[in-house]
Design a protein around this ligand. Structure first.
Ligand code: NDP
Length: 336
């Protein structure tokens, strides 16, 4: 490790868009085990503001062409890929080849084949790989996982989740299948899938799915506007998910033998609200991204596993692919 066990690890953010600028970089001012050391951008006009806001020296500024030379920079320990979905695989593999630990944003990639290549590249380089699953560090979602997996209210009988928002700019990459991989399922539906898995403690074995109507055929010519799916868990329970680029929703609900526990505001950066048969949950608010990045830095320093590894990212990509297959074929698709 370049900076020594006691020092903060240096993170370089790749792709200075909404999430990197709005959430990750500010969170890196609150982290204890890592800090924003470098940036990788294709937009030179962004550089000066980032340099002055985060005190980044010229030698730690890269573009997509000279990115591979980051291998010679000991100030960068971790590369965090915050690019459009279809670009994650290339930059994770290049980062691993440059000898850096890597965090990739969700969804990890568009295909499981790419996930395999990403995992293999990090393994070969002897570097750690994690996915930006911030809710694994958020108290209300952790409480859902505790209540579900410890069976505090008995066995879960059924789950429901929905995440959606009305999407704006019709020209953005999220509506371009080549860059996004798909529509709201890739972008926000993945949080419902995650919620089902960490609340039940199980991975699904089969799925059925139905595409919603397209009320704006031009805007949604490339990707689905909305989608409903039903995951079948190994014990037979059904988890019903909904993702939408036209309807606002944000919830995670589990019905168990002895009552219902749920988050009515589940997946945002803050402001979670939750209820159990005991009443309203009262848990601390945290900076999810700061906790997520600190946990990864600690995992590297202390050589322990990350709770959100590449293998989990691959599992979710496999589920997403099965959901799309079920949507297109209208058939029940098994997830092996
Ligand atoms: P933005 O569109 O806001 O930013 C993406 C950035 O990627 C751009 O600003 C640009 O940065 C760079 N880029 C390089 N090539 C392209 C290209 N061909 N088209 C568009 N941008 C390009 O996206 P977000 O920041 O919202 O999302 C980035 C990733 O983060 C996605 O994978 C998304 O799923 C994930 N995300 C995760 C969230 C979470 O809560 N975990 C929340 C939001 C997003 P530059 O100009 O510097 O080159």
């Amino acid at each position: 490790m370049q900076n020594g066990d006691q020092k903060k690890l240096g993170i370089a953010l790749v792709g200075l868009g909404g999430y990197a600028g709005g959430q990750l970089a500010p969170a890196l001012k609150q982290t204890s085990d890592c800090y924003l050391a470098g940036i990788v951008t294709g937009t030179p006009s962004k550089i000066d503001t980032w340099k002055s806001n985060y005190n980044i020296p010229d030698k730690n500024v890269y573009n997509y062409q000279n990115f591979d030379t980051i291998k010679d920079n000991p100030a960068i320990d971790i590369v965090y890929v915050v690019l459009p979905n279809a670009m994650h695989a290339e930059y994770v593999i290049r980062a691993a080849k440059a000898g850096k630990h890597v965090i990739t944003e969700k969804p990890m990639a568009i295909t499981t084949e790419d996930c395999d290549r990403m995992i293999a590249a990090c393994k070969e380089a002897g570097k750690m790989l994690s996915v930006g699953y911030r809710l694994h560090f958020e108290p209300y979602n952790l409480e859902m996982a505790r209540l579900g997996t410890k069976k505090i209210y008995g066995n879960i009988k059924k789950m429901n989740a929905g995440f959606g928002f009305p999407i704006g700019d019709p020209t953005q990459w999220r509506l371009n299948k080549k860059l996004a991989g798909g529509g709201p399922l890739e972008d926000v539906g993945i949080y419902c899938i995650q919620g089902f898995c960490y609340t039940t403690g199980m991975d699904p074995v089969a799925v059925t799915a139905q595409e919603g109507p397209k009320t704006d055929k031009e805007k949604f010519r490339d990707v689905e506007q909305s989608l409903a799916w039903q995951l079948e868990m190994p014990n037979g329970i059904i988890c019903e998910g909904n993702a939408s680029y036209s309807e606002g929703m944000n919830f995670l609900k589990a019905e168990a033998d002895k009552g219902t526990f749920e988050l009515t505001s589940a997946f945002n950066y803050s402001g979670q609200k939750g209820y159990s048969p005991e009443g309203a949950m009262d848990l601390p608010g945290v900076n999810q991204q700061a906790k997520q990045m600190d946990d990864f830095a600690q995992a590297i320093k202390n050589k322990h596993a990350t709770p959100v590894p590449g293998e989990m990212g691959k599992r979710d990509v496999k589920i997403i692919q099965a959901i799309y297959k079920a949507m297109v074929t209208g058939k029940r698709v098994e997830i092996s």
